[in-house]
Design a protein around this ligand. Structure first.
Ligand SMILES: [Zn+2]
Length: 159
């Protein structure tokens, strides 16, 4: 994707985030907005440490500031945490998604978010235990299409 269209996409999603905050009646600080901007610009999983490094042009932001902002976006559903990578990624399926899964490539670290098609089974089992689910995340480890095909090619050369 061209640099310009990436910027436009980031800008569009920041506008949506601003509108969501107005709708929810939550305060949107410049720190929160800048943090979301950096998550969106990363276009893949990004660590809080790297966000802190890029936050200002001349110095690093404090880790607490970044974690607070990430938590804020996580709570309203615009950022997801991928625990297995200890990284954060912009949510694809929006704030309304009740269940989603991440496919995390163990070779290149790329993550893909997909909606969970049958979270109902988990929800039923949880409600049987009196547990109320706010969100449901599944992380699947493996290899993305690109890395899987690269491994096949290497094997063919060796054979
Ligand atoms: Zn990969």
């Amino acid at each position: 994707m061209a640099r310009e269209s990436v910027d436009m996409e980031v800008e569009a999603r920041l506008t949506q985030a601003r509108q969501l905050c107005v709708r929810l009646g939550v305060r949107l600080s410049t720190q929160r907005l800048r943090t979301l901007e950096l998550v969106l610009q990363a276009r893949g999983p990004v660590k809080a440490y790297d966000i802190a490094k890029r936050f200002y042009s001349h110095r690093r932001a404090s880790a607490i500031t970044i974690y607070r902002a990430l938590r804020f976006w996580e709570e309203i559903g615009l950022v997801r945490r991928i625990k297995s990578l200890n990284a954060f990624v912009a949510a694809l399926n929006g704030e309304a998604a009740s269940g989603f899964a991440f496919l995390v490539c163990g070779e290149c670290g790329e993550s893909t978010e997909i909606p969970l098609s049958s979270p109902a089974e988990v929800a039923a089992a949880a409600s049987g235990l009196g547990f109320e689910i706010d969100r449901l995340t599944l992380e699947a480890g493996g290899r993305c299409r690109r890395c899987a095909s690269r491994i096949v090619v290497v094997n063919e050369v060796e054979a």
